[in-house]
Design a protein. Structure first.
Length: 318
């Protein structure tokens, strides 16, 4: 049987309150899976310390010294959740057959890890964790989160609703991810672009085990803006559409104003002012949109995204 080296990748920022419990639960699960023969004994639990200001790194070092299943990756300074996650995944790619990313705060149900691995053994390359309920979230968080996905999808950043960053990616999916060289990386938008066979695992989202959320509303909004502007040029295209609408209105206004003027029901100067107001407004928006289209093209070129990822080649030497 093929040995499955699985890495758990956990970004940590000031998580000293949760790490002792998280590490204990994860270790039990991983040792259980190793004993069952489902995963290789070379599997690791990798904590990525995202420049924490508390004793997080000391705890990680201590865990590593006690049990070699724990691995630590220390970032030189705080680079944010997405970058810390990427650092972990890109390290895992060189050692593991698959990596599962999850949060340090036990909000992602660790009981689902086995299901992820089962799907991987079945041959899936990307497995998304999707939360089945949001019962533990406040009404406000639920509402804002729903609006978040709606706006994101409308703006052209295709994301899976209620999927955070709890997911499994196989080695080749990670290698695909590595080809996306962009600096502003929005993982949830990029991963669906990689392709391959995917599946979903449903899990219950728990409350944060301890400590506090590092994602207040302000950060969530900037996360959404980042997600949209790093995945799509749809906002620019909306300017073009708006320009066309305003310009069309200006033509209707032109006809209307001329009719009123011919009928002689206007104050002197009104016609020319109203026509030029709409006409010039529409032209400006249209021009901005046109320039925007080119800026959007340049933006996409600069990203140097892979143009394709080959899944399989059927070829035989005679
Ligand atoms: N995190 C990180 N760097 C940051 C902020 C957060 O690595 O700058 C980690 C954090 O330690 C946690 C995960 O990202 O493991 C998710 O953060 P949090 O639980 O605060 O977000 P929420 O669940 O409230 O959305
Ligand atoms: Mg959390």
């Amino acid at each position: 049987m093929k040995e499955n080296v699985i890495w758990l990748v956990i970004p940590c920022y000031n998580e000293k309150e949760v790490l002792p419990e998280t590490s204990k639960q994860l270790r039990d699960i991983m040792h259980g899976l190793i004993n069952k023969g489902k995963i290789s004994e070379n599997s690791k639990i990798a904590f990525v310390n995202d420049g924490s200001k508390d004793t997080t790194w000391n705890i990680i070092t201590q865990l590593h010294n006690e049990d070699s299943i724990f691995t630590g990756i220390n970032l030189a300074h705080n680079r944010g959740h997405q970058n810390a996650l990427l650092a972990g995944l890109m390290t895992a790619k060189d050692y593991a057959d698959a990596a599962i990313s999850l949060d340090a705060d036990l909000q992602d149900d660790v009981g689902a890890i086995e299901q992820f691995i089962d799907k991987f053994i079945e041959g899936k390359d990307i497995v998304y964790g999707v939360r089945s309920t949001r019962a533990t979230d406040t009404k406000f968080k639920r509402g804002t989160a729903h609006a978040f996905y709606k706006v994101m999808n409308f703006m052209g950043a295709d994301t899976l609703e209620d999927h955070a960053d709890y997911r499994l990616m196989s080695k080749r999916a990670l290698e695909g991810l590595a080809q996306f060289k962009e600096v502003n990386l929005f993982l949830r938008g990029i991963v669906p672009m990689i392709g391959y066979e995917t599946d979903v695992v449903y899990y219950e989202r728990h409350e944060r085990f301890a400590g506090e959320s590092k994602y207040p509303l302000k950060k969530m909004i900037s996360f959404a803006v980042d997600g949209i502007t790093s995945c799509s040029v749809k906002p620019i295209r909306m300017i073009t559409t708006l320009g066309m609408v305003v310009f069309s209105v200006s033509i209707i206004m032109l006809i209307y104003c001329l009719v009123v003027w011919i009928l002689g029901k206007t104050v002197a100067g009104w016609t020319s002012i109203v026509i030029s107001l709409w006409g010039i407004g529409g032209l400006i928006l249209l021009s901005l949109g046109t320039i925007g289209e080119y800026v959007g093209k340049i933006y996409m070129e600069v990203k140097e995204r892979p143009r394709f990822i080959i899944e399989k080649v059927l070829y035989e030497e005679k």
